[in-house]
Design a protein around this ligand. Sequence first.
Ligand code: HEM
Length: 127
Amino acid sequence: GKPIIPYEEIGAERLSQLIDAFYARVAKHPKLQPIFPEDLTETARKQKQFMTQYLGGPNIYSEEHGHPRLRARHHPFPITPDRAQAWLECMSEAMDEVGLEGKFREVFFQRLVLTAHHMVNEQDSEE
Ligand code: HEM
């Protein structure tokens, strides 16, 4: 039958490809690049750990870093609605690149929309 755990449905390898495709876009995005470190190796490693548990896989992020407290961990960075939109666009394009489709993609992406909006901690500037 169909796997019930989203992590098993996407698989570790596809998830890793997705995150790499995502950060390749973040690194070039004019609205995101300024707030991210230049070297995204460690960021991508942590995101792979986080997404593994977010999708119901083993809790490898928490084992190494403790409770995610995602909103608090994003506090040092100005996350505007514009940046949340940019983050989601990079993710959507990364999903296209690795060929995520159908119900799985739809449900996964909608969850990310909610989480991304939850990270917003500053309004867009008028400049
Ligand atoms: C870390 C930006 C949304 C998960 C970070 C970092 C930045 C950032 C600048 C720090 C990178 C570093 O220093 O290594 C943003 C922006 C978002 C966003 C602009 C737009 C809404 C999300 C979402 C998720 C997420 C939706 C999860 C679904 C993470 C994780 C880390 C992280 C797991 C690593 C935390 C750690 O240091 O342990 N993010 N993020 N972020 N972000 Fe986001």
